[in-house]
Write a protein that binds this ligand. Structure first.
Ligand code: HEC
Ligand code: HEC
Ligand code: HEC
Ligand code: HEC
Ligand code: HEC
Ligand code: HEC
Ligand code: HEC
Ligand code: HEC
Ligand code: HEC
Ligand code: HEC
Length: 322
């Protein structure tokens, strides 16, 4: 072919070979992602393999020998799944977690023929639950959380059968549940000023997602860093015409201890002005200088918020007087 002589054909050639190359690249990357998918399928099979339907016997059969557990199980949300005729047999009843039970039953209760969880690592236990719960409610990010990373599994907090505290199948009520491991937080909540968590007026999980999320410290996911606070203190959020910069930038916890404090209003410093002067220094670094007329030798100027009363922001005054 003499296409080289024709600029049009040459262009066509370039375009066509371009397409071929793109096609090749596309094909390899497809092949690559396919092999990746089979890998993924293998891994997920290892944790969740739905065996042939005839290896499942149904919860009623388990009941004949494990009646107590069955009766507890009956009180849980999971029991409802056994009532759905359109649910796969592998996804309901005892066997949704313990795997197919026929061999165990045929063996007269042979422990080696069923998943007992005793030899599973915490992360593997969680995987059994995440087979269904990843993508549900608020557990999408379990693997982002400190609990996952630190080998705390679902059953550290949830009892799959026989709930002591029936609400959400928790092994214990909040905050006792959380204090059982986070004992060091108790002292923060016994400070003179604290959020009324020990009194039961609010829960740790109002501010934290025990399952993990995108924010540091598993604080609940927010548009700004402080949605957990805004749920109850919406008036502090604004938007304000005149915003106090640190609220947006650092968030509430730059000035407040969220759990508890020796200082009124959960402040980090026992005098309001100490707090302010950390940023509004005389040398003026982060924020502008405190005007020189703010003579700190005179009591009049010591209590900053008597004048700058709308310290969280204001719609009418740039100095937050009102
Ligand atoms: C939601 C998942 C799930 C379901 C449904 C479930 N189990 Fe379990 N089961 C577990 C887990 C997890 C453990 C291990 C608990 C642990 O280590 O704290 C366990 C432990 C057990 C044990 C041994 C420990 C004990 O409590 O005596 C038996 C027996 C048992 N399950 C039987 C059953 C029977 C029978 C059913 C149905 C009536 C059932 N399970 C339903 C998850 C489940
Ligand atoms: C024929 C009676 C029988 C039936 C039916 C039966 N089991 Fe069992 N199961 C037993 C016995 C007996 C043991 C205790 C074995 C041992 O301790 O060595 C046992 C142990 C277990 C264990 C291990 C408990 C442990 O201590 O670690 C699990 C989990 C379990 N069964 C789940 C089930 C599930 C799920 C079903 C229904 C699919 C079921 N069983 C049906 C008799 C039965
Ligand atoms: C076969 C799928 C499946 C498996 C496996 C599974 N769950 Fe569930 N679970 C569900 C469904 C469906 C619900 C109903 C919640 C809903 O309405 O979305 C539920 C509800 C729950 C609830 C809420 C209970 C309530 O009172 O609201 C908790 C807690 C829970 N599961 C924990 C677990 C834990 C822990 C495990 C592992 C030991 C587990 N689940 C394994 C499907 C599953
Ligand atoms: C550190 C303790 C902890 C761990 C670990 C934990 N949960 Fe929870 N979970 C809770 C608490 C507390 C609640 C109740 C929150 C509330 O009252 O709103 C809850 C609620 C739930 C609910 C009900 C959600 C709803 O919106 O009603 C489900 C389902 C659930 N957990 C499943 C799981 C699964 C699956 C795992 C493991 C992947 C897990 N949890 C691990 C503490 C935990
Ligand atoms: C079985 C033990 C256990 C229970 C129960 C438990 N936690 Fe944890 N939690 C841990 C461990 C271990 C870590 C990681 C190490 C650490 O930061 O202390 C952790 C980390 C956290 C973190 C993140 C801390 C950070 O530095 O990022 C928060 C927030 C948290 N837990 C809140 C809770 C809440 C809320 C509850 C109750 C619903 C709870 N935990 C129940 C063991 C537990
Ligand atoms: C009013 C909201 C709120 C409540 C209620 C709350 N927390 Fe927190 N918690 C926070 C915030 C915000 C942070 C992050 C503080 C920071 O970044 O300085 C935090 C941090 C933490 C940390 C990490 C501490 C560290 O030093 O790294 C743990 C663990 C924790 N909380 C556990 C709990 C437990 C357990 C409870 C219940 C007993 C609880 N929290 C109740 C808001 C709350
Ligand atoms: C579930 C609702 C709720 C959430 C979420 C919440 N608070 Fe509170 N907060 C309250 C209640 C109710 C009070 C006053 C009653 C009391 O003393 O507990 C309070 C009191 C306060 C006080 C002291 C007010 C005073 O007059 O002494 C401060 C400061 C505060 N919260 C800051 C925060 C911060 C910062 C966050 C987020 C980390 C937050 N709150 C999250 C309910 C909440
Ligand atoms: C720049 C420091 C600073 C930041 C950031 C800050 N606060 Fe405050 N906050 C204060 C001071 C100072 C007071 C005490 C005012 C006074 O002296 O009466 C206070 C008081 C409060 C009070 C109790 C008094 C009232 O008006 O009800 C609540 C509730 C509160 N803050 C919540 C929040 C929340 C929620 C955030 C995050 C959106 C936040 N604060 C961010 C400094 C701050
Ligand atoms: C974490 C640092 C920080 C703390 C603590 C802080 N501020 Fe600020 N403040 C700022 C920054 C940053 C600005 C914005 C400066 C700018 O816009 O140039 C600002 C702005 C102001 C303004 C408006 C200044 C202007 O020129 O518009 C006033 C008034 C003010 N702060 C008072 C206070 C008082 C009173 C306190 C103590 C209750 C306080 N600030 C605590 C960082 C802080
Ligand atoms: C007696 C009332 C009063 C008290 C108390 C007070 N201020 Fe002021 N503040 C003012 C006035 C008036 C201005 C100037 C407003 C103007 O320029 O129009 C001002 C301005 C400011 C500005 C803005 C400076 C600028 O030029 O941008 C900052 C920052 C500030 N004050 C911080 C503080 C701090 C920190 C304290 C506590 C140590 C405090 N103020 C106490 C009345 C007060």
């Amino acid at each position: 072919m003499k296409f080289r002589k024709s600029p049009l054909k040459a262009l066509l050639f370039v375009l066509l070979s371009g397409l071929v190359i793109c096609g090749l690249v596309g094909a390899t990357s497809r092949a690559y992602s396919k092999s990746q998918k089979t890998e993924q399928a293998k891994t997920s099979q290892a944790t969740s393999s739905p065996a042939p339907a005839d290896e499942y016997v149904g919860a009623e059969t388990c009941k004949t020998c494990h009646e107590d557990i069955y009766n507890n199980f009956k009180k849980t949300e999971h029991f409802k799944l056994t009532l759905y005729s359109n649910w796969k047999v592998s996804d309901k009843g005892c066997e949704s977690c313990h795997g197919p039970g026929k061999a165990h039953v045929d063996g007269g209760g042979d422990k080696t023929k069923i998943r007992t969880f005793q030899d599973l690592a915490p992360k593997q236990i969680s995987e059994v639950c995440l087979r269904c719960h990843a993508g549900r409610e608020e557990h999408n990010n379990y693997k982002r959380g400190e609990h996952w990373r630190n080998d705390i599994s679902c059953v550290n907090c949830h009892n799959p059968h026989g709930p002591k505290a029936t609400n959400k199948m928790l092994t214990d009520k909040e905050p006792a549940l959380c204090f059982s491991c986070h004992n060091e937080m108790k002292s923060q909540f016994s400070m003179p000023f604290h959020h009324k968590v020990p009194e039961g007026a609010m829960k740790c999980s109002d501010c934290h997602n025990p399952h993990g999320g995108f924010e540091l410290k598993q604080v609940r996911l927010a548009t700004g860093a402080d949605t957990p606070c805004m749920k109850c203190h919406a008036d502090k959020q604004g938007p304000f015409v005149f915003e106090h910069a640190p609220l947006r930038v650092e968030g509430c916890v730059i000035c407040h201890n969220p759990h508890g404090s020796d200082n009124p209003k959960l402040l980090k410093r026992n005098e309001v002005r100490q707090l302010c002067l950390e940023c509004h220094t005389d040398v003026g670094t982060i924020a502008p200088n405190t005007p020189s007329f703010h003579n700190q030798a005179t009591a009049r100027f010591q209590n900053c918020t008597t004048c700058h009363a709308r310290i969280h922001g204001s719609n009418v005054d740039r100095f937050f007087f009102r």
